[in-house]
Design a protein around this ligand. Structure first.
Ligand SMILES: Cc1cc2nc3c(=O)[nH]c(=O)nc-3n(C[C@H](O)[C@H](O)[C@H](O)COP(=O)(O)OP(=O)(O)OC[C@H]3O[C@@H](n4cnc5c(N)ncnc54)[C@H](O)[C@@H]3O)c2cc1C
Length: 390
């Protein structure tokens, strides 16, 4: 088989590139995906009870990049979302991320913003330049709140102390002294109105001269495909046969449980709507149980159905052959990745893009932005490349 681009992975990265390159350059693309579906980790599906669930963990779309939102809006409408999170510890729900309501729960009475600021000024441990996730939280809210909400969660999730992880891991979570308890900071926060998989199907339907092979591993397909360039969005260490060692990742195990309307009697969402198991879409369990969080996607998908499905998320160690979910964000892992980045730079006919191929913690909008930028770069050099090949 002969194509212009062999694209590995049918997630946001692979499909954005297939759509752009096939339409903008009239290039032929073959997308190979080793899973049996489109969408990578953002894939969602209806479970056996007809509830729309996120198969690889909750995906909350958010963005401060209008160009990315405009691009994806060609393939989906949006449903505004309020991603609300609570934290369960000391046998009760706490308002989270930390805000004035959380402080009131801590002191057991109503309080003002000024009182909360005075408390923080007293307990925070100033650090000039926070170097890690412990520094970044303790310097904002002090030890008690750090231990209540961050320390145990991070240790469970990463099997490392927050002091061993980049400041960005815990620093992503806002701390506010007012009553704003939105989990995320970005201006645009919304879910694809028909779900992610519907979005991916429309992206693919919009591609010209593109074929997708599901259940196909790149390593098995490569020899039979003649192509101008490979675009690879899988794990970079796997691509190079782990020759600079196995990069550290964290993996996850998901456990779903379904509840019928009868089993939900007496339970409701924070807004008072029946048909929900927990009050909000996500409850964190920093200090109890082996799982880190329980997610009930129905809160944000907007699906109207009488039953519901919750998913418990258990962090797992990773070994090659398993699912690599999170690249480990610390200096040692980055140094190890640099060896692979050097190998990649010497591979002119393969371009590496996406979360696992660039070994970075990237959100969906960031990988789409990265893929759009790469497509623009390829377009800029396209005429030249065609001439050379001819
Ligand atoms: C648990 C979890 C929760 C997340 N929550 C959010 C969130 O709330 N908001 C947000 O913005 N982002 C979130 N993300 C990040 C989001 O999943 C990524 O940004 C996005 O999926 C990356 O897209 P991608 O195409 O680069 O990679 P992926 O989605 O990982 O797709 C890569 C694809 O390549 C395939 N592949 C790999 N190797 C091969 C091979 N050798 N042959 C064939 N196919 C191969 C894989 O099967 C996979 O389908 C979350 C990620 C995880 C793990």
């Amino acid at each position: 088989m002969k194509v212009d681009f062999l694209i590995v992975g049918a997630g946001f990265t692979g499909l954005t590139l297939a759509e752009r390159l096939s339409n903008e350059l009239d290039a032929s693309c073959l997308v190979v995906e080793r899973r049996g579906h489109l969408g990578g980790n953002a894939y969602d599906e209806y479970d056996a009870h007809g509830v729309l669930v996120h198969a690889y963990g909750p995906h909350y779309f958010r963005s401060d990049q209008p160009a990315v939102v405009d691009y994806l809006s060609r393939f989906t409408g949006w449903r505004p979302a309020n991603y609300q999170v609570l934290s369960w510890t000391r046998s009760r729900y706490w308002r989270f991320p930390i805000n004035l309501n959380t402080f009131e729960q801590l002191v057991g009475r109503t309080a003002t913003e000024e009182e909360f600021q005075a408390y923080l000024a007293r307990v925070r441990e100033p650090v000039d330049a926070p170097r890690n996730s412990e520094d970044v939280i303790v310097s904002q809210v002090g030890r008690e709140l750090y231990e209540l909400f961050f320390k145990g969660y991070t240790e469970k999730q990463w099997r490392r102390s927050p002091a061993e992880l980049d400041a960005s891991v815990c620093g992503r979570i806002p701390v506010r002294t007012n009553r704003d308890d939105r989990y995320l900071r970005e201006r645009f926060q919304a879910m694809p109105d028909q779900g992610y998989t519907a979005l991916f199907r429309r992206m693919l339907a919009g591609c010209r001269r593109t074929m997708v092979l599901l259940n196909a591993d790149y390593r098995e397909v490569r020899a039979g495909v003649e192509c101008g360039q490979v675009i690879y969005s899988g794990a970079i260490d796997e691509y190079f046969g782990y020759r600079a060692g196995v990069l550290p990742y964290r993996s996850l195990r998901f456990e779903a449980e379904h509840f019928t309307a009868e089993q939900l009697a007496g339970r409701e969402s924070v807004s008072g709507r029946p048909g929900f198991w927990q009050p909000v879409v996500q409850v964190n369990y920093p200090n109890d149980f082996d799982f880190t969080r329980i997610v009930e996607a129905k809160h944000v998908t907007g699906q109207r159905c009488s039953g519901t499905t919750i998913v418990r998320e258990f962090p797992q160690d990773y070994a090659p052959g398993g699912e690599a979910y999170y690249p480990v964000p610390n200096a040692a892992a980055r140094r190890q990745y640099e060896a692979y980045a050097e190998l990649a730079a010497r591979e002119p006919d393969t371009l590496f893009a996406g979360r696992l191929a660039t070994y970075r913690y990237l959100n969906m909008d960031e990988v789409v932005a990265q893929a759009l930028a790469l497509a623009a770069r390829i377009k800029a050099g396209w005429a030249d490349r065609r001439r050379r090949v001819a």
